[in-house]
Design a protein around this ligand. Sequence first.
Ligand code: SF4
Length: 296
Amino acid sequence: MVAPSVAQARRVAAALLDWYRTEARPLKIRERRDAYAVLVVEVMAQQTQISRVDQLAQRFLERFPTLDALAAAERAEVIDAWRGLGYNRRAVALHDAAQQAVAGGGLPSTHEALMELPGIGPYTARAVAAITAGGRSIPVDVNIARIVQRLIGAVPPLRPRELQIAADAFGDVLEPGLAGTWAQAAMDLAARVCRRTAPDCAACPLKKSCQSAGETFAAPARRTAATPFPATRRWLRGRILDELRDAGPAGVSITGARGVHEKAAVELALEQLVRDGLAEQLGSRRYRLPRAALKS
Ligand code: SF4
Protein backbone atom coordinates (compact mmCIF):
# COMPACT_ATOMS: atom_id res chain seq x y z
CA MET A 1 0.00 0.00 0.00
CA VAL A 2 1.37 3.43 -0.97
CA ALA A 3 0.66 5.98 1.74
CA PRO A 4 2.49 8.85 3.42
CA SER A 5 4.45 8.32 6.60
CA VAL A 6 3.18 10.11 9.69
CA ALA A 7 6.19 12.44 9.47
CA GLN A 8 5.44 13.37 5.85
CA ALA A 9 1.73 13.87 6.61
CA ARG A 10 2.62 16.18 9.51
CA ARG A 11 5.03 18.25 7.41
CA VAL A 12 2.46 18.56 4.63
CA ALA A 13 -0.30 19.57 7.05
CA ALA A 14 1.82 22.28 8.66
CA ALA A 15 3.03 23.75 5.36
CA LEU A 16 -0.32 23.53 3.58
CA LEU A 17 -2.38 25.09 6.35
CA ASP A 18 0.21 27.82 6.82
CA TRP A 19 0.13 28.63 3.07
CA TYR A 20 -3.68 28.67 3.10
CA ARG A 21 -3.78 31.30 5.84
CA THR A 22 -2.44 33.89 3.42
CA GLU A 23 -3.13 32.41 -0.04
CA ALA A 24 -6.72 31.12 0.14
CA ARG A 25 -8.80 32.13 -2.86
CA PRO A 26 -11.18 34.96 -1.83
CA LEU A 27 -14.45 33.08 -2.39
CA LYS A 28 -17.66 34.57 -0.99
CA ILE A 29 -19.23 31.13 -0.82
CA ARG A 30 -16.81 30.08 1.91
CA GLU A 31 -18.31 32.63 4.29
CA ARG A 32 -21.27 30.31 4.93
CA ARG A 33 -20.19 27.10 6.65
CA ASP A 34 -23.57 25.60 7.55
CA ALA A 35 -24.17 22.14 6.13
CA TYR A 36 -26.97 23.18 3.77
CA ALA A 37 -24.99 25.98 2.10
CA VAL A 38 -21.87 23.83 1.83
CA LEU A 39 -23.92 21.02 0.28
CA VAL A 40 -25.34 23.40 -2.34
CA VAL A 41 -21.89 24.76 -3.17
CA GLU A 42 -20.25 21.34 -3.36
CA VAL A 43 -22.95 19.99 -5.69
CA MET A 44 -22.56 23.05 -7.91
CA ALA A 45 -18.76 22.83 -7.88
CA GLN A 46 -18.73 19.23 -9.12
CA GLN A 47 -18.93 20.28 -12.75
CA THR A 48 -18.89 24.06 -12.79
CA GLN A 49 -15.91 26.40 -12.40
CA ILE A 50 -15.56 27.67 -8.85
CA SER A 51 -15.56 31.36 -9.93
CA ARG A 52 -18.95 30.83 -11.57
CA VAL A 53 -20.23 28.90 -8.56
CA ASP A 54 -19.10 31.79 -6.36
CA GLN A 55 -21.45 34.12 -8.25
CA LEU A 56 -24.39 31.81 -8.84
CA ALA A 57 -24.51 30.07 -5.46
CA GLN A 58 -25.27 33.43 -3.80
CA ARG A 59 -28.31 33.85 -6.02
CA PHE A 60 -29.50 30.29 -5.37
CA LEU A 61 -29.06 30.64 -1.60
CA GLU A 62 -30.94 33.93 -1.55
CA ARG A 63 -33.85 32.23 -3.30
CA PHE A 64 -33.69 29.10 -1.10
CA PRO A 65 -31.97 30.23 2.11
CA THR A 66 -32.58 27.01 4.06
CA LEU A 67 -32.88 23.29 3.48
CA ASP A 68 -36.60 23.53 4.32
CA ALA A 69 -37.09 26.30 1.75
CA LEU A 70 -35.43 24.21 -0.95
CA ALA A 71 -37.39 21.09 -0.03
CA ALA A 72 -40.69 23.00 -0.12
CA ALA A 73 -40.02 24.62 -3.49
CA GLU A 74 -41.64 23.48 -6.67
CA ARG A 75 -39.34 21.53 -9.01
CA ALA A 76 -39.71 24.23 -11.65
CA GLU A 77 -38.40 26.90 -9.27
CA VAL A 78 -35.30 24.85 -8.48
CA ILE A 79 -34.51 24.18 -12.14
CA ASP A 80 -35.12 27.85 -12.89
CA ALA A 81 -32.67 28.87 -10.16
CA TRP A 82 -30.05 26.52 -11.63
CA ARG A 83 -29.82 28.67 -14.78
CA GLY A 84 -26.24 29.25 -15.86
CA LEU A 85 -24.77 26.29 -13.97
CA GLY A 86 -25.29 23.52 -16.56
CA TYR A 87 -25.62 19.79 -15.87
CA ASN A 88 -29.17 20.44 -14.75
CA ARG A 89 -29.83 16.94 -13.47
CA ARG A 90 -27.85 18.03 -10.42
CA ALA A 91 -30.69 20.45 -9.59
CA VAL A 92 -33.19 17.58 -9.60
CA ALA A 93 -30.91 15.41 -7.45
CA LEU A 94 -30.24 18.25 -4.99
CA HIS A 95 -33.98 18.93 -4.70
CA ASP A 96 -34.65 15.21 -4.09
CA ALA A 97 -31.86 15.13 -1.51
CA ALA A 98 -33.31 18.16 0.31
CA GLN A 99 -36.77 16.59 0.41
CA GLN A 100 -35.42 13.28 1.68
CA ALA A 101 -33.26 15.02 4.30
CA VAL A 102 -36.17 17.12 5.58
CA ALA A 103 -38.36 14.02 5.75
CA GLY A 104 -35.64 12.38 7.84
CA GLY A 105 -35.29 15.32 10.26
CA GLY A 106 -32.49 17.33 8.60
CA LEU A 107 -29.13 16.84 6.97
CA PRO A 108 -27.12 14.07 8.59
CA SER A 109 -23.63 14.87 9.82
CA THR A 110 -21.60 11.83 8.76
CA HIS A 111 -20.41 11.17 5.24
CA GLU A 112 -21.82 7.65 5.35
CA ALA A 113 -25.34 8.96 6.08
CA LEU A 114 -25.02 11.84 3.61
CA MET A 115 -24.22 9.31 0.88
CA GLU A 116 -27.66 7.77 1.42
CA LEU A 117 -29.23 10.91 -0.05
CA PRO A 118 -29.98 10.94 -3.79
CA GLY A 119 -27.16 12.23 -5.96
CA ILE A 120 -24.70 12.72 -3.07
CA GLY A 121 -21.49 10.87 -3.91
CA PRO A 122 -18.43 10.10 -1.76
CA TYR A 123 -16.63 13.37 -2.52
CA THR A 124 -19.60 15.65 -1.77
CA ALA A 125 -20.56 13.70 1.35
CA ARG A 126 -17.01 13.82 2.75
CA ALA A 127 -16.62 17.52 1.89
CA VAL A 128 -19.85 18.47 3.70
CA ALA A 129 -19.02 16.30 6.73
CA ALA A 130 -15.43 17.56 6.93
CA ILE A 131 -16.21 21.27 6.47
CA THR A 132 -19.30 21.44 8.67
CA ALA A 133 -19.31 18.57 11.16
CA GLY A 134 -15.74 17.66 12.03
CA GLY A 135 -15.60 14.70 9.65
CA ARG A 136 -12.08 13.29 9.48
CA SER A 137 -12.16 11.63 6.07
CA ILE A 138 -10.58 13.73 3.31
CA PRO A 139 -12.83 14.31 0.25
CA VAL A 140 -11.02 13.16 -2.89
CA ASP A 141 -11.88 14.67 -6.25
CA VAL A 142 -9.64 14.84 -9.30
CA ASN A 143 -7.65 17.78 -7.90
CA ILE A 144 -7.00 16.35 -4.46
CA ALA A 145 -6.22 12.99 -6.08
CA ARG A 146 -3.52 14.70 -8.15
CA ILE A 147 -1.88 16.31 -5.12
CA VAL A 148 -2.02 13.18 -2.95
CA GLN A 149 -0.53 11.01 -5.69
CA ARG A 150 2.24 13.46 -6.45
CA LEU A 151 3.09 13.89 -2.78
CA ILE A 152 3.59 10.16 -2.32
CA GLY A 153 5.03 9.55 -5.79
CA ALA A 154 2.34 7.02 -6.71
CA VAL A 155 3.09 5.48 -10.10
CA PRO A 156 0.96 4.07 -11.65
CA PRO A 157 -2.06 6.02 -10.37
CA LEU A 158 -3.80 4.55 -7.33
CA ARG A 159 -7.15 2.86 -7.52
CA PRO A 160 -10.00 4.79 -5.81
CA ARG A 161 -9.91 2.79 -2.59
CA GLU A 162 -6.11 3.10 -2.26
CA LEU A 163 -6.38 6.79 -3.03
CA GLN A 164 -8.94 7.33 -0.27
CA ILE A 165 -6.73 5.46 2.21
CA ALA A 166 -3.72 7.57 1.23
CA ALA A 167 -5.72 10.81 1.49
CA ASP A 168 -7.09 9.80 4.88
CA ALA A 169 -3.54 9.12 6.07
CA PHE A 170 -2.84 12.84 5.41
CA GLY A 171 -6.01 13.65 7.38
CA ASP A 172 -5.21 11.37 10.32
CA VAL A 173 -2.52 13.71 11.66
CA LEU A 174 -4.79 16.77 11.71
CA GLU A 175 -6.32 18.32 14.80
CA PRO A 176 -10.07 17.54 15.01
CA GLY A 177 -12.11 19.80 12.73
CA LEU A 178 -9.31 20.60 10.28
CA ALA A 179 -9.95 18.01 7.55
CA GLY A 180 -12.29 20.40 5.70
CA THR A 181 -9.76 23.22 5.84
CA TRP A 182 -7.01 20.85 4.64
CA ALA A 183 -9.22 19.84 1.69
CA GLN A 184 -10.06 23.45 0.78
CA ALA A 185 -6.38 24.36 1.01
CA ALA A 186 -5.46 21.42 -1.23
CA MET A 187 -8.12 22.50 -3.75
CA ASP A 188 -6.66 25.99 -3.87
CA LEU A 189 -3.12 24.64 -4.19
CA ALA A 190 -4.25 22.36 -7.04
CA ALA A 191 -5.83 25.30 -8.86
CA ARG A 192 -2.98 27.76 -8.39
CA VAL A 193 0.26 25.82 -7.95
CA CYS A 194 0.02 22.06 -8.43
CA ARG A 195 -1.69 22.36 -11.79
CA ARG A 196 -2.35 19.35 -13.96
CA THR A 197 0.30 19.96 -16.59
CA ALA A 198 2.53 22.74 -15.34
CA PRO A 199 2.96 22.53 -11.58
CA ASP A 200 4.94 25.43 -10.15
CA CYS A 201 7.08 23.32 -7.82
CA ALA A 202 9.52 26.16 -7.20
CA ALA A 203 6.72 28.19 -5.59
CA CYS A 204 5.03 25.27 -3.86
CA PRO A 205 4.88 25.25 -0.05
CA LEU A 206 5.02 21.43 -0.13
CA LYS A 207 8.12 21.04 -2.27
CA LYS A 208 10.32 19.82 0.57
CA SER A 209 7.82 17.06 1.38
CA CYS A 210 6.82 16.03 -2.13
CA GLN A 211 8.21 12.99 -3.89
CA SER A 212 7.37 14.45 -7.30
CA ALA A 213 8.83 17.94 -6.82
CA GLY A 214 10.50 19.15 -10.01
CA GLU A 215 8.95 16.52 -12.27
CA THR A 216 7.21 17.55 -15.46
CA PHE A 217 3.76 16.31 -16.32
CA ALA A 218 2.76 16.23 -19.97
CA ALA A 219 -0.81 16.94 -21.01
CA PRO A 220 -2.60 13.70 -21.88
CA ALA A 221 -2.94 13.34 -25.66
CA ARG A 222 -6.43 14.00 -26.94
CA ARG A 223 -7.78 10.91 -28.62
CA THR A 224 -10.33 12.78 -30.70
CA ALA A 225 -10.84 16.38 -31.69
CA ALA A 226 -13.18 18.14 -29.26
CA THR A 227 -16.75 18.62 -30.53
CA PRO A 228 -17.68 22.32 -30.68
CA PHE A 229 -19.97 23.03 -27.73
CA PRO A 230 -22.99 24.15 -29.84
CA ALA A 231 -22.89 20.75 -31.58
CA THR A 232 -23.18 18.79 -28.30
CA ARG A 233 -26.27 17.27 -26.72
CA ARG A 234 -25.46 19.25 -23.58
CA TRP A 235 -25.79 22.53 -25.49
CA LEU A 236 -29.12 21.44 -26.93
CA ARG A 237 -30.52 20.39 -23.55
CA GLY A 238 -29.38 23.68 -22.03
CA ARG A 239 -30.92 25.67 -24.85
CA ILE A 240 -34.28 23.89 -24.51
CA LEU A 241 -34.27 24.30 -20.74
CA ASP A 242 -33.64 28.03 -21.09
CA GLU A 243 -36.67 28.23 -23.40
CA LEU A 244 -38.75 26.43 -20.75
CA ARG A 245 -37.42 28.75 -18.04
CA ASP A 246 -38.38 31.80 -20.10
CA ALA A 247 -41.84 30.39 -20.87
CA GLY A 248 -43.05 30.10 -17.26
CA PRO A 249 -46.04 28.00 -16.13
CA ALA A 250 -47.91 28.28 -19.45
CA GLY A 251 -45.15 26.38 -21.19
CA VAL A 252 -44.05 26.74 -24.76
CA SER A 253 -44.46 24.86 -28.01
CA ILE A 254 -41.11 23.41 -29.06
CA THR A 255 -40.82 22.29 -32.64
CA GLY A 256 -38.20 22.25 -35.37
CA ALA A 257 -34.43 22.47 -35.29
CA ARG A 258 -32.21 24.28 -32.81
CA GLY A 259 -28.80 25.42 -34.08
CA VAL A 260 -27.14 22.50 -35.88
CA HIS A 261 -29.53 20.02 -34.23
CA GLU A 262 -32.27 18.73 -36.47
CA LYS A 263 -35.91 18.28 -35.47
CA ALA A 264 -35.45 14.58 -34.58
CA ALA A 265 -32.56 15.43 -32.23
CA VAL A 266 -34.67 18.11 -30.54
CA GLU A 267 -37.53 15.63 -30.05
CA LEU A 268 -35.13 13.07 -28.58
CA ALA A 269 -33.67 15.68 -26.23
CA LEU A 270 -37.19 16.61 -25.06
CA GLU A 271 -38.00 12.97 -24.37
CA GLN A 272 -34.84 12.66 -22.31
CA LEU A 273 -35.53 15.88 -20.40
CA VAL A 274 -38.99 14.56 -19.47
CA ARG A 275 -37.48 11.23 -18.43
CA ASP A 276 -34.84 13.02 -16.31
CA GLY A 277 -37.51 15.01 -14.46
CA LEU A 278 -36.42 18.30 -16.02
CA ALA A 279 -39.45 18.92 -18.24
CA GLU A 280 -43.16 18.18 -18.29
CA GLN A 281 -45.21 17.60 -21.45
CA LEU A 282 -48.50 19.51 -21.60
CA GLY A 283 -49.69 18.76 -25.13
CA SER A 284 -48.38 17.11 -28.25
CA ARG A 285 -45.51 19.60 -28.54
CA ARG A 286 -46.01 21.85 -25.53
CA TYR A 287 -43.64 21.63 -22.59
CA ARG A 288 -42.79 23.44 -19.36
CA LEU A 289 -40.59 22.96 -16.32
CA PRO A 290 -42.13 20.31 -14.02
CA ARG A 291 -44.85 21.67 -11.79
CA ALA A 292 -46.22 18.39 -10.53
CA ALA A 293 -47.50 18.19 -6.99
CA LEU A 294 -44.85 18.07 -4.31
CA LYS A 295 -43.83 14.74 -2.87
CA SER A 296 -45.47 14.06 0.45
S1 SF4 B 1 6.07 20.14 -5.25
FE1 SF4 B 1 5.24 20.24 -7.32
S2 SF4 B 1 4.28 18.23 -7.70
FE2 SF4 B 1 4.65 18.41 -5.49
S3 SF4 B 1 2.70 19.20 -4.64
FE3 SF4 B 1 4.02 20.97 -5.06
S4 SF4 B 1 3.51 21.66 -7.15
FE4 SF4 B 1 2.67 19.57 -6.87
